[in-house]
Ligand binder design. Structure first.
Ligand SMILES: C[S@@+](CC[C@H](N)C(=O)[O-])C[C@H]1O[C@@H](n2cnc3c(N)ncnc32)[C@H](O)[C@@H]1O
Length: 210
């Protein structure tokens, strides 16, 4: 694999100036995305699946927000989560996810805008690799909480510097202060690309909705 091509593709999405550029970047990356991420040892879906397995009873409906090519959904399906709905800003990433056959429904939606689901529709919302530099904003969490039933779960990763400097720490605390959810777990910061040379640590968060 050509490492410089891979870096260029990563750089393109992390430096996107708006949602149009971001969606375009992922549309162009969709074909090579999984090879690139796997070659870097991408660990977020596997680690997050552990937290889902620990808390979310199989049987309910799960929303995978920023599902991409469906790497997370593929794992969740094997773990017995059979009712998965995926959303993403990139149509080409969703086309790849559809080929996995892991999702009941896949729709193009934008995190940070109103989501086209009824309140309390899902028993859990999960999201990995999406709350990071120049991707979905902290305000997207409002909609994830809204579409999850009371007593349900919101489980997601946040890049650690984005958590501290990108408004996530404040947003997550304000949802807690407003009584919308309670924090169950904040993982230690860990390297999501153990085979790469990036030092951008991520954390996994588990919240129970009120
Ligand atoms: C690094 S990928 C992670 C994909 C998948 N969750 C995984 O772990 O392989 C980030 C995904 O988030 C999507 N995304 C980024 N910002 C988004 C937004 N505001 N709304 C919806 N999807 C978004 C991208 O299109 C991309 O598929």
């Amino acid at each position: 694999m050509d490492g410089s091509e891979r870096s260029r593709r990563l750089q393109r999405v992390y430096s996107a100036k708006d949602n149009r550029e971001l969606a375009e970047g992922y549309d162009l990356w969709a074909k090579d995305y999984e090879d690139d991420m796997l070659s870097l040892g991408y660990s977020l879906p596997a680690v997050a699946a552990g937290f889902v397995g620990r808390h979310v009873a199989p049987g309910g409906s799960l929303l995978d927000a920023g599902a991409g090519t469906g790497m997370f959904g593929g794992i969740l399906r094997v773990l017995g989560y059979g009712d998965l709905v995926g959303i993403d800003i990139s149509g080409r990433m969703l086309e790849r996810a559809a080929k996995k056959g892991a999702y009941r429904d896949l729709r193009r939606m934008v995190l940070g805008e109103p989501l086209g689901f009824d309140s309390g529709f899902f028993s859990a919302a999960v999201s990995v690799g999406v709350f990071t530099t120049n991707h979905a904003p902290p305000g997207a969490l409002d909609e994830l909480v809204r579409v999850v039933e009371p007593g349900g779960w919101v489980i997601f990763s946040v890049r650690d510097d984005v958590y501290r400097d990108g408004g996530f720490e404040e947003k997550q605390a304000s949802l807690e202060n407003d009584g919308r959810w309670g924090r169950v777990t904040m993982s230690e910061a860990f390297q999501p690309f153990p085979a790469g040379n990036t030092s951008h640590l991520n954390r996994l968060f588990v919240y129970k909705t009120a």
